[in-house]
Design a protein around this ligand. Structure first.
Ligand code: FAD
Length: 550
């Protein structure tokens, strides 16, 4: 196969035009058959009067000799088309060969978020018949539950925007980018599985792949059905409340799991993929021989602007519709040394009430695949470190839980300020530390909202950092600091405040048989990296154990 990178095509081009260009580059005539696939597609919007796509494609021509000749002509072609040619090696993912140790029980996975689901997929596909325990409902009924919460405010602490099948990612924008480089192609495998379960094919090559909540709900339920067909089992409304263990010569070892109803499941392998909001689980772990460390995370507010304003800035006022809603990514280091940055930006999205505890408010963002709401929203967050949240230490509690106490204090303040719903504030009112109304930007939310003052929700240094950050971002996106932009809060669940220490080689915690996995354990940040971590843990188990035979 020949890989051609840096093919530039004007926005609005057809597939045939791209093929014609590929043929010209490789000197392949129109009557010769070629097969080609797009490997990557991105937009170059540096010149608003000359928007263009940049492609990387892989081409298979019928005549191998010709393929090689095409490659040999690369120097001349590079001059005329500015492309780069190379011979492509097929990049495929491979799961390890099974180990020899016999499993006494099925591996148990706690949590069906991306980490648990992808771990379960891999183990089930290779004959390990995992049991997945999920405290919330299956995706179809969870959707009803979440909609009810947004309409009535009645929260189910086990099944909400954070908890239930698919985990925190189900009601999201479904961005699938990851900064993680993985030479084993787990990233590509995650995308392949999403497509196999109903995701759109473009995620395989789009430089900014995204699914949208409408696709995600169907994808996670297809994944579950396939896991079951392969001999795995998924149990809903099955909340793990305790890990059972024994002290043995080789150290502390896991022996089982207790569920909220009292049922005990014997196992010596538990993949703990509980997500960053499993606060009771973290507390339970503090009483076990499981090493935990406090971890930095980020806190802030979500900001809404008219999507049209963002589009105009990113693509120019005459941008064709096919480009869709424009994203942005902003970051600034402030004179006080703190970094403020945009996070989980949702073009054409909704701000959602993503609370998982009563009398607390946490916000986040979601979108449908079409990303067609009138507002762009994004979290603006500032990094916070253990020394920042030690002030929230609760007497009698282990200090590793301080980050959670800090999150809870802000979430309770948001609930109070918003009088039970999401507090919303115009940027000008935030600057002036007053409660105001709504201006030209209408809140585009899932769940109720009230105009309120958000300043008391955040420590002063955070509020001041956000204010400075917005001004700095206005120099990058003109209008970003518009008075009518809307803040809502609090964005407190950006990543886990805790890391469950694990051995870098066998991925087990200090309690043998316990595999901390995904975002809650502190090893991922986002859907794709959590899914990849799930795959990594499945590989570690498979490399040691033979498939489950009983
Ligand atoms: P989670 O997804 O949190 O899953 C953990 C699961 O474990 C949950 O289903 C929970 O119910 C279950 N569980 C917890 N404790 C127990 C227990 N004791 N017993 C049984 N089950 C238990 N990331 C992106 O990359 N792109 C986005 O666009 C994006 N948008 C987001 C939008 C929203 C509204 C939210 C909330 C998050 C978003 N994220 C996004 C973040 C992303 O969802 C998470 O990074 C990802 O889901 C983490 O995966 P995980 O499997 O580690 O944990």
């Amino acid at each position: 196969m020949i890989r051609i990178s840096q093919i530039k095509m004007p926005v609005g081009h057809s597939r045939q035009q791209l093929e014609n260009k590929i043929r010209r580059i490789l000197s392949v005539h129109g009557n010769e058959e070629i097969r080609w696939t797009i490997v990557r597609k991105s937009i170059d919007a540096r010149r608003k009067d000359h928007l263009q796509y940049i492609y990387t494609v892989e081409v298979l021509v019928s005549d191998e000799k010709k393929t090689i000749e095409g490659a040999e002509k690369r120097d001349r072609n590079r001059k005329s088309y500015g492309v780069v040619l190379s011979l492509a090696r097929p990049e495929t993912y491979s799961f390890p060969a099974p180990g020899k140790k016999e499993l006494a029980h099925r591996p148990v996975i706690v949590g069906s978020g991306p980490a648990g689901l992808f771990c379960g997929w891999m183990l089930a596909q290779h004959g390990y018949r995992p049991l997945i325990l999920e405290q919330g409902d299956r995706a179809e009924s969870r959707k009803e539950k979440v909609n009810q919460f947004w309409e009535s405010g009645k929260l189910d602490p086990d099944c909400n925007v954070q908890f239930g099948e698919g985990g925190a990612g189900t009601f999201s924008d479904g961005k699938l980018n990851t900064g993680v480089k993985d030479k084993n192609n787990r990233n590509q495998e995650v995308l392949n599985i999403f497509v196999r379960c109903g995701g759109p094919e473009e995620i395989l090559y789009d430089a900014r792949p995204h699914l949208g909540t409408d696709h995600l709900v169907n994808i996670v339920s297809s994944m579950r059905k396939q896991i079951e067909e392969w001999g795995g089992e998924v149990r809903f409304r099955a909340r793990m409340t305790e890990l059972l263990w024994k002290k043995r010569e080789e150290g502390s070892v896991l022996t089982g799991i207790k569920l909220s109803g009292g049922e005990i499941i014997e196992t010596d392998l538990c993949i703990l993929a509980c997500g960053h909001s499993a606060r009771e689980t973290f507390r339970m772990l503090t009483a076990l021989p499981v090493l935990l460390e406090p971890k930095s995370f980020a806190v802030g507010l979500r900001i809404e602007h008219p999507q049209k304003m963002i589009n105009d800035c990113q693509y120019g006022p005459d941008a064709p519709e096919e480009l869709g809603a424009a994203p942005y990514k902003l970051a600034q280091t402030l004179p006080n040394g703190r970094g403020v940055y945009s996070f989980c930006m949702c073009p054409g999205g909704y701000v959602v009430n993503a609370a998982s505890e009563p009398e607390k408010i946490a916000v986040n963002g979601m979108s449908y695949h079409g990303r067609d709401s009138e507002n762009a929203n994004s979290a603006l967050v500032v990094s916070v470190h253990p020394e920042d949240f030690s002030a929230f230490h609760k007497a009698g509690e282990p200090s590793v839980l301080d980050g959670i106490a800090f999150q809870r204090a802000m979430e309770a303040a948001a609930f109070r300020q918003g009088q039970g719903v999401v507090p919303v504030q115009r940027l000008e009112d935030f600057r002036k530390n007053r409660v105001g109304g709504i201006g030209t930007v209408r809140p585009v939310h899932k769940g109720g909202w009230n105009c309120a003052n958000l300043r008391p929700v955040l420590p002063d240094y955070l509020a001041a950092s956000l204010e400075e950050g917005v001004e700095a971002f206005d120099r990058k996106i003109h209008g970003f600091s518009m008075d009518d932009a809307l803040f809502s809060g609090v964005e407190s669940r950006t990543s886990s405040p805790i890391r469950i220490t694990r051995d870098p080689h066998n991925f087990q915690s200090s309690l043998k048989g316990l595999y901390p996995c995904g975002e809650g354990a502190g090893y991922a940040g986002g859907i794709t990296s959590a899914a990849m971590d799930g795959i990594r843990i499945a590989e570690a188990i498979a490399a040691e154990y033979a498939p489950f035979q009983k």
